[in-house]
Ligand binder design. Structure first.
Ligand code: MLC
Ligand code: AMP
Length: 510
């Protein structure tokens, strides 16, 4: 059987010169890691995992700051044949408790400073192994791995075996773990390598977090599968990133990163001279940003569209002969990926007709972890995944996302589910009900805002609500503003008219 292990495929692409630099850290210590370092460290970590005698299919949950060691841990989990479960560093105790109870990981890796509360949650859920990994390359994970052999044969995996679980918040407030297989990840990585014309000599600037699809799969796999060096930023810093463009060829970012770089005087055509490709995604790129970038740098951003459940789905063309990169669109269905637009009755929409976007292909996940009913609801009878995005296709095949049928806010590339935040607000004393909406925001694209109604006789203070939320949920989910109102607008069915609220407050962040 051919080994479909993603790590094995990435490793096969490592350059012959194993001492060449694979990752150069741009911030802090300025360390460089060779391909040999990646080979050895992932072998040692994989041997550590193997030494724990974990059952097949064990989940390895990881909440650590971005570091090269954290990337190596991801690769080591694949190498050892287990299932990687990345967690946003902003998640707090209640959020982590849910993920760990739901996924029942055999191993949890966290920052040393969080060991106290994370290990308590993990041990309660039956996890037997909790390691630490810190930004400064210390922690029990590395201590234990240091004693292991640096030889390790990558586990043999079938394409349909699980490689990762990515939690995406649910419209009902409950997070769902999207199960991605080795085949899902590898097929997409190979498609993108060809479609985006990765070539020898490419250098990627990696400035995204590595706990979501964009930074973990699209960016990292792209560079590794091409044997390309990465210039590694553990945090996005617009000025510092621009200063390294002269040594790089490829950059990937959510729209907020482009908006912030446009705010820097150092962003010029000269600064981008060596760059080959700028890619944007995870949230809508405003036409204004697309055009400003063209004017300032001479480069046309390539916008693409994807999801945690499917990795990448569509992309604007890289090669001029395939067409222009059209701002405001997310381009064509990627080779091998099926993308269709259907109306509420399940009929195919004609060109330019708006409908629900459904997708199929080797990249599409198999379902949500331990949620067969939810999984069934999200797939059509003929096996296509309902994205929850609303869009259209033109006669040439370009797709445009015009909205979402799911009640979702995308803020700075992170998903914020109103139902989840409303749940937390509604639990607070004195709250009768609430509605969380997304409003246009110059930096984050959309900013979350809450509109709340007090119980009779209760006095509410928006700032106090924000302060109370801060101790419970990830910071990017916190509403930037809370309005206290007498009542929420509703239609005759009693449904809150969020459109009306959005319209009423649309200039809040202008
Ligand atoms: C930070 N803050 C945010 C925020 N990020 N608020 C709303 N939305 C966000 N995304 C707030 C914090 O709560 C804090 O508020 C203040 O900003 C400073 O926090 P910070 O951590 O210092 O912020 P910063 O480093 O500036 O982060 C901004 C950012 C980051 C844009 C660099 O959000 C980011 O890396 N986004 C990328 C997300 C991503 O990779 N998405 C891909 C998903 S994959 P306060 O009040 O506490 O001061 C996917 C599929 C696909 O969607 O297609 O790719
Ligand atoms: P996530 O669940 O975090 O993977 O987010 C996936 C969602 O991000 C998609 O369903 C879309 O709503 C949105 N998205 C990703 N890329 C784009 C894009 N280029 N334009 C508009 N929305 C996008």
């Amino acid at each position: 059987m051919k080994n479909a292990n993603v790590f094995a495929a990435l490793r096969a692409a490592f350059p012959a010169a194993l001492d060449a630099v694979a990752v150069e850290c741009a911030d802090g210590h300025g360390l460089s890691y060779s391909w040999r370092d990646i080979e050895r460290a992932t072998a040692m970590m994989a041997n550590l995992l193997a030494s724990l005698d974990l059952p097949p299919g064990s989940r390895i949950a990881v909440q650590t700051e971005k570091s090269v060691e954290a990337l190596m841990l991801y690769l080591a989990v694949l190498r050892a044949g287990y299932v990687f479960l990345p967690l946003n560093t902003a998640y707090q105790a209640a959020e982590i408790e849910y993920f760990i109870a739901n996924a029942e990981p055999a191993v949890v890796v966290c920052a040393g400073k969080n060991f106290g509360w994370v290990s308590k949650i993990a041990f309660k859920a039956g996890t037997q192994n909790v390691f630490t990994l810190n930004e400064d390359r210390t922690g029990t994970l590395l201590d234990r791995a240091a004693a292991m052999s640096d030889q390790h044969q990558p586990a043999i995996k079938r394409a349909d075996e699980l490689a990762a679980i990515l939690y995406t918040s649910g419209t009902t407030g409950r997070s769902k773990g999207a199960m991605l297989s080795h085949g899902n990840l590898l097929s997409n990585a190979q498609t993108l390598k060809d479609y985006w014309g990765w070539r020898p000599g490419d250098v990627l600037i990696h400035a995204l977090p590595i706990f979501h699809v964009h930074g973990l799969f699209v960016a990292s796999h792209g560079a590794l599968l091409n044997g390309s060096k990465m210039i590694w930023f553990s945090r996005f810093d617009p000025r510092a990133v621009i200063a390294r463009f002269s040594e790089a060829t490829v950059f990937m970012g959510v729209p907020t990163l482009y908006v912030r770089m446009l705010g820097e005087a150092a962003l010029t055509q000269a600064a981008c001279k060596s760059m080959r490709l700028f890619i944007a995604g995870s949230a809508p790129l405003l036409l204004e940003t697309f055009k400003d970038w063209q004017t300032r740098t001479g480069h046309t951003i390539l916008e693409r569209y994807g999801m945690s459940e499917t990795v990448m789905l569509t992309s604007n063309p890289y090669r001029a002969e395939d067409g222009d990169r059209l701002g405001g669109t997310v381009g064509f269905a990627l080779p091998g990926v099926g993308v269709r637009v259907r109306d509420e009755q399940g009929r195919d929409c004609g060109h330019e007709e708006i409908g629900n976007i459904e997708v199929s292909g080797p990249n599409v996940f198999s379902g949500y972890w331990r949620m067969p009913e939810k999984t069934k609801e999200e797939f059509t009878a003929d096996g296509w995944f309902k994205t929850g995005d609303v869009g259209k296709r033109d006669a040439r095949g370009y797709f445009t996302i015009v909205g979402r049928s799911k009640d979702l806010i995308i803020s700075g590339g992170y998903n914020v589910y109103p139902a989840e935040i409303e749940g937390y607000i509604n639990e607070m004393a004195g709250i009768a009900e609430s509605a969380v909406i997304g409003l246009p925001h110059p930096d984050f694209g959309e900013g979350a805002v809450a509109v709340v109604v007090a119980k009779p006789g209760a006095q509410l203070d928006g700032e106090a609500i924000i302060a109370a939320l801060k101790s419970k949920i990830a910071n990017f989910k916190i509403p930037k503003k809370v309005f206290v109102v007498a009542e929420l607008p509703r239609n005759t069915m009693g449904k809150v008219l969020k459109n009306q609220l959005r319209e009423q407050h649309k200039t809040l962040f202008a």
